[in-house]
Design a protein around this ligand. Structure first.
Ligand SMILES: CC(C)(COP(=O)(O)OP(=O)(O)OC[C@H]1O[C@@H](n2cnc3c(N)ncnc32)[C@H](O)[C@@H]1OP(=O)(O)O)[C@@H](O)C(=O)NCCC(=O)NCCSC(=O)Cc1ccccc1
Length: 165
């Protein structure tokens, strides 16, 4: 666990505009490349925003052909986690609100963007949207992240071995 956190802490360094940002860690549900159940989100810095393009697949189905709302929330929450590389401090989600404006269709490419709207002491207020290529917004999210010391994560148990099934 400490090596995972150590490598995560290393990532709080300046990331040039336009570059791909590193995953939070290999097994992160949102972006970890080694998590077979994860979304494998790939995120780029654009100015003071973070951007991604994402397609939900059959693994994320709620109603037939439509992404589960929890899966959509996971992706938006994880996208917010990339803003921490820009603010330079670890933080965790205290409150997350998602507005589902239209069904998120499996297999469709959606563009996601997130930004910090207010940085107030320990509190980071963030917002994001997910839109079709033409610009129609299908979901928006706002969240409060609270900044924490890296010791916050010591409370987690070591990751269990990954079951490929
Ligand atoms: C540690 C803490 C977050 C905060 O505890 P404490 O230290 O005891 O904090 P305290 O309660 O003292 O509040 C501090 C200040 O905040 C204020 N305030 C509070 N609420 C609200 C509100 N709704 N609205 C407005 N303000 C509010 C409160 O009044 C106070 O203000 P004050 O200072 O008096 O002006 C604890 O609740 C916790 O562990 N929660 C679980 C978090 C967790 O597991 N999240 C999921 C995993 S992360 C993830 O998945 C995403 C991710 C992905 C990838 C990478 C990274 C991230």
């Amino acid at each position: 666990m400490n090596s995972i956190l150590g490598s995560w802490a290393d990532k709080f360094r300046p990331h040039p505009d336009g570059t791909k940002l590193p995953p939070h860690h290999g097994h992160c549900l949102g972006c970890g490349p080694d998590n077979p159940h994860g979304h494998h989100l790939v995120v780029q810095r654009r100015g003071e925003e973070v951007h991604a393009v994402y397609r939900f697949s059959e693994r994320h189905m709620g109603a037939p052909g439509i992404a589960h709302g929890g899966a959509v929330a996971t992706v938006l929450d994880d996208l917010f986690g990339f803003l921490l590389y820009l603010t330079g401090t670890p933080a965790v989600t205290r409150q997350l609100e998602v507005r589902y404006d239209a069904p998120v269709i499996l297999g469709t490419a959606y563009e996601l963007a997130a930004r910090v709207v207010r940085d107030d002491g320990r509190k980071l207020f963030v917002e994001a949207e997910m839109a079709e290529a033409g610009g129609t917004v299908v979901a928006t999210a706002s969240a409060l992240f609270l900044k924490v010391d890296i010791a916050h994560f010591d409370r987690g148990a070591p990751p269990a071995p990954v079951d490929p099934d």
